[in-house]
Design a protein around this ligand. Structure first.
Ligand code: ADP
Length: 892
């Protein structure tokens, strides 16, 4: 009893010291004298909450059962710290830049501050961590019972009350120091200091037990090593799959465990601390695992068969009568358990309170309205209740599970549970394309697989899942067997669960991300996360000055042109007294560069571009607005330019067309002249020859004289008519003609035309005089001239045996149509337009004129506001004369 009392007294004293340390640290922090509190050493020691009671006691137990496998739990974090410190730096930078308070906060804020994601991660974290807290409570009660057992026999009934007391004590401590104030950046100086102290205690305790075992009991180092070699442990084989799986798992959990995230990111004061931690924390892990094997071997040798190897660290010194050392060892285990529980409770309560309790409370109590200043108290209160709740959950789990076999595997179950956050977290940090839907899909799938293949089977056959389901799958669906999903049998259950949950999680995350579209806020947050080094951190840039100058030169060349940019850089370098092209990116130089660039791209854009490269300034909303303004102006300017160039193109086209027309006209003129001379020469030649005959030939008979004179007369008439037509056409074309508009009946005009065409001898004309009785208002004589021409043409060219001409009148589209259709063989399609040209003749009948008639008709009709056109498809040749119903004379 005395031993137990002393133990209780030691424990209370130890707890009192922790309280004192935490209290003093908080006081010092509040007075602003926290420099030594926040040293990299304290940060590194605080990371040691990775080593919980599970590792303090469990590593030895693990070694006794499965040889060197326990080492994997230390290798994972070591690899992360040594090989991935740059990734950690990014994580820490993002955490600080975004003022992240938990891993739920990180993931939700990366994916557009999604409340759903925050709630999901929180619930999953609670689910994954509660059994782990129970495990810590169990280890404390077991170690307590170990003492009690040696003192006066085991009293199992006490174990539950011990656990309750421990849980209550931890709750009080966590509430006191974890929720003292709502620090803007959520740092807990007192707690961190206390767990740093605990880190030292547990390391010291384990080393002390180790030294005792090796030199006190084992007779020195070499003998102990020899005994390890000959023991069972030395013969354990390495199972490569399990090793790889466990190393991956511990590395992933190191990043995603809520308590690790708390100390690693949230409590981080300065990312520079990572430098020390990156080698010192692995060293700590190495020290703490140094004596695991000797203790395990000694325990196996000296302790009675069947004793729990998980408690060797405690029971070996106890059985050797080293009560003081045993107490130290107990304190080590106690430290491991309490520091883990405290930080986990803080991390979980922050999530539960921030993402579940407070939002619900605000919605219920205030209907979402603005809340007054008492929200701080609300948050504190909800956090305190959440801490109590988390610990209560842990305690309940401990009681319900009975602290039995189910607890043994809980460490790994928990690890894999929280490892499901990894794809969403890493994807969020390094991949802009990751979306909220992708994260939700990945997390859901991962957790479902984890629950089914790891969590539920961990309770053992007949626990939650019946032995039948484990062996044959639900409803005897073979490929759904929890430990042989998709029919893949024979894998170690742990490796199997890691493989499927992580692979399916990642696949779902990537696939859904690829097919879904991020909201603007997600995009913005994505950019902030992925490019965190460009958006934050001031001049702490990790690229050297010259590397920046080179980037600046590349950018400047793109904007100003290679020659100008190089000249500018060389000039500036010379001014700085440097040889070569690259000046230091001094503020002066940057100003000059910005000014130069702004000439091309605008001041705001230049500022943003330079800022992007030197990382000196984050891009503010104002910057963005200014950039947008400039862009708008440039677009305006360029659209003006576009309009101008379109106008120029139009003018050029018009000029080209005019030029073509002129050329065409000139060609036409040449053709016209040669036509005229030809038309004139033919009659002139015959006039000349016959007049010569008349003059020079003696003895011509009267009859001959009469005939020749007749020919000369005929040719003269033809010439005159030709000249008349030419004159008429030229007058019409020049627009020098006046139209004499008057009223008259259309029928009368046609009568007149038929009569003028010589009564249309030899041509049968059909008309409908009733329809023709329409009053028209136009130049009646000119209209008659058109009609005469068309009738005369039918007379001349209609090649039917009994030529007929039908003159019909109709209306369409506000025009009056007079159609002249004969029963000849018509005009070939390709000549239908040509006949309206001057001098164009299709038939080579002698009766033919000079080919000016239709050209004149077209000119006249244009003047009269109408038109004349060939009307195809009428059987014979058909022309349609259309004129406006009311006079609409073209400009004269
Ligand atoms: P012309 O003054 O020589 O009669 P037009 O300009 O009136 O010339 O007619 C041009 C050509 O159109 C004629 O040479 C003739 O070949 C053709 N043409 C005009 N009307 C008819 C018609 N009713 N039937 C057949 N061909 C015609």
């Amino acid at each position: 009893m005395a031993v137990l009392n002393i133990l209780v007294a030691v424990c209370l004293t130890y707890v009192a010291i922790l309280f004192l340390v935490a209290f003093m640290a908080d006081r010092a922090a509040m007075r602003g004298r926290a420099v030594w509190l926040r040293s990299p050493l304290v940060y590194t020691l605080s990371l040691s909450i990775y080593c919980t009671a599970w590792t303090f006691y469990g590593a030895v137990g693990n070694a006794a059962r499965s040889g060197l496998e326990y080492v994997t739990i230390y290798i994972g974090p070591t690899l992360v710290m040594v090989g991935w410190w740059w990734g950690l730096r990014k994580l820490v930078r993002v955490g600080r830049a975004q003022r992240v308070t938990s891993i739920a906060d990180l993931i939700s804020s990366r994916y557009g501050k999604s409340p759903l994601l925050a709630v999901m991660v929180t619930l999953m974290a609670v689910l994954g961590t509660t059994p782990y807290i129970a495990l810590q409570l169990q280890s404390v009660t077991l170690s307590f019972a170990a003492f009690a057992g040696t003192a006066e026999g085991a009293r199992p009934a006490d174990s539950q009350s011990t656990a309750l007391w421990v849980a209550a004590g931890l709750a009080v401590f966590t509430v006191l120091f974890g929720t003292r104030n709502l620090d803007a950046n959520e740092r807990h100086n007192g707690v961190v200091m206390a767990i740093a102290l605990e880190a030292v205690v547990k390391l010291f305790a384990l080393l002390a037990v180790g030294v005792f075992v090796v030199w006190g009991l084992g007779g020195g180092l070499s003998e102990t090593l020899a005994r390890i070699d000959t023991s069972e442990i030395g013969r354990w084989q390495v199972a490569p799959g399990r090793w790889a799986g466990m190393i991956f798992l511990s590395a992933a959990a190191f990043l995603t465990l809520p308590r690790m995230f708390q100390v690693l990111v949230v409590e981080n004061e300065n990312e520079g601390h990572l430098r020390l931690a990156s080698w010192m924390f692995p060293a700590y892990l190495m020290l703490i695992s140094l004596f695991v094997l000797p203790i395990a071997v000694t325990g196996l040798e000296r302790m009675p068969a069947g004793s729990n190897p998980d408690l060797f660290v405690l029971t070996v010194p106890l059985s050797e009568g080293q009560t003081g050392l045993a107490m130290l060892s107990f304190l080590g285990g106690f430290s491991s358990a309490t520091s883990m529980v405290i930080v986990a409770a803080i991390a979980l309560s922050t999530m539960v309170s921030n993402h579940i309790v407070v939002p619900i409370w605000l919605r219920l109590a205030h209907g979402g309205a603005l809340v007054s200043g008492d929200v701080r108290n609300l948050v504190l209160l909800s956090r305190r209740f959440s801490i109590a709740g988390v610990l209560l959950l842990g305690y309940l789990y401990f009681r319900v599970s009975g602290g039995g076999a189910a607890l043994a595997a809980i460490g790994l179950v928990s690890f894999l549970g929280v490892a499901q956050f990894l794809p969403a977290m890493l994807g969020g940090l390094f991949w802009r394309g990751a979306t909220r839907s992708g994260a939700i899909a990945g997390l859901s799938v991962g957790f479902a697989v984890w629950t089914w293949s790891m969590l539920l089977p961990s309770f053992g056959a007949g626990g939650v899942l019946s032995a039948g389901i484990l062996a044959e799958g639900p409803f005897a669906i073979g490929w759904l067997r929890p430990q042989a999903l998709f029919g893949i049998d024979g894998l170690d259950p742990l490796v199997h669960a890691i493989l499927w949950s992580m692979v399916l999680n990642t696949l779902a995350f990537v696939a859904v991300s690829l097919v879904s579209f991020p909201s603007p806020l997600e995009r913005l947050q994505g950019a902030q996360f992925v490019d965190v080094f460009q958006h934050s951190g001031g001049r702490q840039s990790w690229t050297g000055g010259m590397a920046q100058s080179e980037d600046l030169l590349i950018m400047a060349q793109r904007i100003m042109g290679a020659g100008d940019a190089q000249r500018l850089f060389q000039r500036e370098a010379q001014r700085q007294g440097l040889a070569g092209y690259l000046p230091e990116p001094s503020p002066d130089f940057l100003n000059v560069l910005e000014r130069e660039l702004s000439g091309s791209v605008g001041a705001a854009t230049a500022h943003a571009m330079v800022g992007q490269i030197v990382g000196g300034a984050s891009v503010t909303v104002e910057d963005l607005m200014a950039v947008a303004d400039e862009t708008a102006q440039m677009m305006e300017y360029s659209s003006q330019l576009e309009a101008k160039s379109a106008e120029l193109a139009r003018t050029a086209r018009q000029l080209r067309e005019a030029n073509e027309k002129l050329t065409q006209l000139s060609v036409q003129k040449d053709g016209f002249l040669s036509q005229i001379s030809h038309e004139l020469r033919t009659p002139m030649t015959s006039i000349r020859s016959f007049s010569e005959i008349l003059r020079d030939t003696a003895g011509l008979t009267e009859m001959e004289k009469g005939r020749y004179a007749g020919i000369i007369y005929g040719e003269t008439v033809r010439l005159t008519r030709l000249l008349d037509d030419l004159l008429d056409l030229s007058v019409l074309e020049n627009g020098q003609v006046r139209m004499n508009v008057s009223h008259g009946s259309l029928g009368d005009v046609i009568d007149h035309a038929v009569a003028a065409a010589g009564g249309a001898v030899g041509l049968q004309i059909t008309r409908d005089r009733e329809v023709e009785a329409i009053l028209v208002e136009t130049d009646l004589d000119r209209l008659a001239q058109v009609f005469i021409n068309l009738i005369a043409n039918a007379q001349k060219y209609c090649d039917a045996e009994r030529p007929e001409l039908r003159i019909s009148v109709g209306r369409s589209g506000g025009m009056l149509n007079v159609d002249f259709t004969d029963n000849g063989s018509g005009i070939p399609r390709d000549a239908q337009e040509v006949i309206f040209e001057k001098f164009s003749r299709v038939s080579d009948r002698e009766a033919g004129g000079a080919g000016l008639g239709l050209a004149i008709c077209r000119e006249i009709m244009t003047r009269l506001g109408g038109k004349v056109a060939y009307l195809p498809g009428q059987g014979g040749t058909a022309f349609r004369v259309s004129l406006p119903e009311r006079a609409q004379l073209a400009a004269q």
